[in-house]
Design a protein. Structure first.
Length: 186
C-alpha cells in the first residue's frame, strides 16, 4: 500500500518506495506496477524472476511502461538474477539488429523472426476464414435461391399460406379475370 491503513487492511504492508529509491540506482524510475514489483524483488534479493502474460505490447499506456520494465529486467540480470521471459513475449526484443539486419546483413533479431512467424500464422488463418466465408456465402446464396424459388411457386400456383385452412387462388392470377380482360375470347 502507499500508506498503511490498518483499519482498511489489517495485514497490509506499506510499499518500500523510499528504500528502493535510496538503495537502487534509478530507483525512482517507476512507470507501472510491474516495474515496482521488479524493483521490490531485486531489493528483497530474489534469485529468479519470471514475467508471463505481460508483454506490454499494445500501443497505449504500455508505450511508456515497457522501457521501464525492460530496464528493471536488465538491472536484475546485471545483478545475477535469473530472468525468465517467454520466447514469444515482446519484452526484451528489438525490431532489428542495428547495422546488421537494417542494412541487409545476415543476422536477424529474435523479434523479427517472431514477427515473420506471426505474419505466416495470421496469413494462414486469414486464408482459412476466407475459405469458410466463401463456403458460407455459397450456402447462403443457395438458400436464398431456394427461398426465391419457393416464393415464385407460391405466387404463381396460387397458394396463400398466410391463413389456416384451404389454399386460395390469388385474384390477380385467376383465369376468369384474364378472360374478362380479353372480352371472353381465348
Amino acid at each position: 500500500m502507499q500508506e498503511l491503513t490498518a483499519a482498511w487492511i489489517p495485514t497490509g504492508v506499506e510499499f518500500p518506495l523510499s528504500e528502493i529509491m535510496q538503495q537502487l540506482p534509478s530507483g525512482d524510475y517507476q512507470t507501472c506496477m510491474i516495474s515496482m514489483m521488479l524493483a521490490l524483488a531485486i531489493l528483497e534479493g530474489v534469485d529468479e524472476i519470471g514475467i508471463y502474460g505481460c508483454d506490454l505490447a499494445h500501443d497505449s499506456e504500455y508505450t511508456y511502461q515497457r522501457p521501464c520494465v525492460e530496464y528493471w529486467l536488465g538491472f536484475a540480470r546485471g545483478r545475477g538474477i535469473k530472468v525468465h521471459v517467454p520466447r514469444e513475449s515482446d519484452l526484451l526484443k528489438a525490431g532489428q539488429i542495428y547495422a546488421y539486419e537494417t542494412h541487409g546483413g545476415r543476422y536477424q533479431s529474435g523479434f523479427s523472426r517472431c514477427v515473420e512467424r506471426r505474419d505466416q500464422e495470421l496469413t494462414a488463418r486469414h486464408a482459412q476464414y476466407a475459405k469458410q466465408r466463401s463456403d458460407l456465402d455459397r450456402a447462403l446464396y443457395t438458400l436464398q435461391g431456394a427461398l426465391e424459388s419457393n416464393r415464385y411457386w407460391r405466387h404463381w400456383h396460387g397458394f396463400d399460406m398466410s391463413h389456416s385452412g384451404n389454399d386460395t387462388v390469388l385474384s390477380d392470377t385467376a383465369p376468369n379475370k384474364v378472360l374478362a380482360q380479353s372480352d371472353g375470347k381465348p
